[in-house]
Design a protein around this ligand. Structure first.
Ligand code: HEC
Length: 225
């Protein structure tokens, strides 16, 4: 049987699914294919049982993508696959961090505050950068309170530390006069980069740009004052 579609060099197809959810109506019936070597999600559209078009989503944004699945609400969950030697390329320093990411429509953002900015896939991509995709020429002075920083906080931190930084359930707030691991810029930065994962705080080193961590620290300090 002849293949209906082929790619040379190989895109390294991994998980695939026919999208059936409600969250992205325009993708209904599309075949989504996680691409390892292709470093993207291949989206194939059909018309009368024939392929009518295809696009690569998130091309080279999150590196190799292995697992892909649809949540009950139609969100698309996918995992990256950088850390699987010997198959993958050598990791660069601490950049070998894998993530499970959720793609959801911008209108369903759950974090509600006057500061929250709905994230589309593209905006989220801008907020979260993998170390090896980082453009180090683009380092500017740390700023507190810029939109990108608020976006990163809303997306990556607010779920545990609260939109208002006052903590959620058992997760600590960040406004306490005396932080557990120190109040200084450097202490907070260290907390973010290598907090104790076993206590429920992810280590963000290699996930966030150094500049973004600096901005986050300034953002936290600005709220503490
Ligand atoms: C999955 C939950 C979770 C997420 C997401 C999370 N944290 Fe945390 N964070 C924690 C927990 C739990 C602690 C306390 C760890 C401990 O007790 O050792 C903590 C501790 C901290 C501390 C140290 C607080 C202190 O009192 O010294 C800082 C600063 C911090 N987090 C910032 C952040 C930032 C910035 C982000 C987003 C990039 C973030 N956290 C995302 C759970 C989380």
């Amino acid at each position: 049987m002849r293949p209906v579609m082929e790619f040379t060099p190989s895109i390294g197809p991994a998980a695939a699914l026919f999208y059936s959810g409600k969250a992205f109506p325009s993708m209904k019936g599309n075949l989504l294919v996680a691409c390892m070597r292709g470093e993207a999600i291949l989206k194939i559209e059909f018309l009368n049982n024939k392929i009518s078009s295809y696009h690569f989503l998130l091309k080279n944004k999150y590196a190799r993508i292995r697992a892909l699945t649809e949540g009950p609400d139609g969100s698309i969950y996918f995992s990256t696959s950088q850390v699987d030697p010997p198959e993958s390329r050598a990791q660069q320093g601490d950049a070998g961090v894998d993530m499970i990411l959720r793609m959801r429509p911008a209108t369903t953002v759950e974090v509600k505050s006057k500061n929250a900015i709905p994230l589309s896939g593209e905006r989220l991509t801008q907020a979260v950068n993998f170390g090896r995709l980082v453009n180090t020429n683009n380092v500017s002075k740390p700023k507190a309170n810029n939109k990108a920083t608020q976006l990163i906080y809303a997306q990556l931190c607010a779920g545990c530390h609260g939109v208002d930084m006052k903590g959620v359930d058992t997760k600590p707030g960040l406004l306490n006069p005396k932080l557990m691991y120190g109040n200084s810029f450097n202490a907070i930065k260290k907390s973010i980069l290598k907090k104790i994962v076993t206590k429920g705080m992810p280590a963000w080193k290699g996930v966030l740009l150094d500049k973004d961590v600096g901005d986050l620290v300034n953002f936290i300090i600005s709220k503490r004052n």
